[in-house]
Design a protein around this ligand. Sequence first.
Ligand code: UDP
Length: 525
Amino acid sequence: MAGLHFVLVPLLAQGHIIPMVDLARLLAGRGARVSVVTTPVNAARNGAVVESARRAGLDVELAEVAFPGPGLGLPEGMENVDMVVEKEHFMPFFQATWKMDAPLEEYLRSLPRRPDCVVADSCNPWAARVCARHGIPRLVLHCPSAYFLLATHCLSTHGVYGRVAHELEPFEVPGFPVRAAGNVATFRGFFQWPGMESYERDVAEAEATADGLLINTFRGLEGVFVDGYAAALGRKTTTTCWAVGPTCASSSGGLDAGATAARGNRADVDVGLVLSWLDARPAASVLYVSFGSLAQLSLKQTVELARGLEASGRPFVWAIKEAKSSADVRAWLLAERFEERVRDRGLLVRGWAPQVTILSHPAVGGFLSHCGWNASLEAITHGVPVLTWPNFADQFCSERLLVDVLGVGVRSGVKLPPMSLPDEAEGVQVTSADVEKAVAELMGVGADGTARRARAKELAAKAKAAMEEGGSSYADLDDMLRHVAELNMKKSHEEGTGFSTLPELGTGSKNNDNIGAGAALSVQS
Ligand code: UDP
């Protein structure tokens, strides 16, 4: 299996690029050669992690392709969903994403030989037609939980989405292994928005025609949902549906401390300062607060959160996305002298926080999280219980899984995505008193809190074991590699070539001798 060349194609969003780069390190750790195809802005963000893996001897590189955004009226350099602030840029961003087939194809043509496998994010279905044209085996990487995948699948196949009168009509998910109640607003699938129907269809078709599916989860966490999803799609688990995560728990792939702190982007804070701040706090005493790379609270809701954190009396590190947060929030923090008031026990991180570095510090004992699936897996991997504050997309499903199924979470009380609230709510669902109470519950040392912490530690041990040799995710990745090797063997027999001399792809007019030697390749569309 050594020598297989994988080309990885992440969606241009932090919650998708980060696990894809993790996967690149995992594959390279098993002897594969891996090229992650992404745009210049995203390549720059992930350079430190890839360089660290290369220093550890792994054959992994970033291959740059141009983003077609400017052709659709997007500002130059707007290459990640977290840079999309204006509503009117949202659709063009995905239209441009769907046009990435041309630069991908050009990149593939530039390679000296056809790669052995493309792994494309489930939200990059356009990669399917490129692979089909060139006979390249293709896998799909799912970045949300198996719980979410199966729940939304059940709701579709049982016709619930089509049957409900409005997005707040309550239902239970039919044919689901556990009781799960909600409404469309809290069970919305990706691209399930008016005007995006064709995107949704493309995603389903590319998944149905893929040579296999990878899910960033592990059987000890979500086995019943992984099996259920594979069965629902008519796939056999461990044949074409593999649970290979949590990718953030991989000990292979040579991430040094500096690269861990730069996971997904360079931290916008002095990491040494954050670490010494945490070092000075008792074990499991600190609450880490983050809403991921996209979710944004309204001014009023931010104020309630700030007051609740202050009233909780607990030390906290709060990652606020300064660049994205409104001028109002900045003005309020300043006017209230909030940082001064909480300076003995509150640390605000503006911009990109070194999240995994923080979560892995022994002083951190709780995580107030928006429940992005990566954040959830990072909490699980580090044995940190979660105060759940979902915003949109799959986040309400992660909350249900963390609280109702796994027993490692406490609800903040959020009921709906902010966009489903009436205007007069001004985005507020959780008062400062609610925050204070929930923080006390999460961080408390009563019987419930102690049991929750013990379960979180148990899951952390299971997560790490799954990724080690002999673990389920390690075995699933082995199965996947075997499957890809077999597919290529079969293909080369059919094409009458030896396995090691796969046919050339395209004209090779842009052959790049540096591929595999680490030089980033720039391909213009
Ligand atoms: N992240 C980070 N620093 C930040 C914000 C986010 O390192 O300041 C990372 C986080 O660790 C996770 C990813 O970005 O790996 C976000 O993915 P997730 O699925 O949690 O949420 P999303 O941003 O997609 O809503």
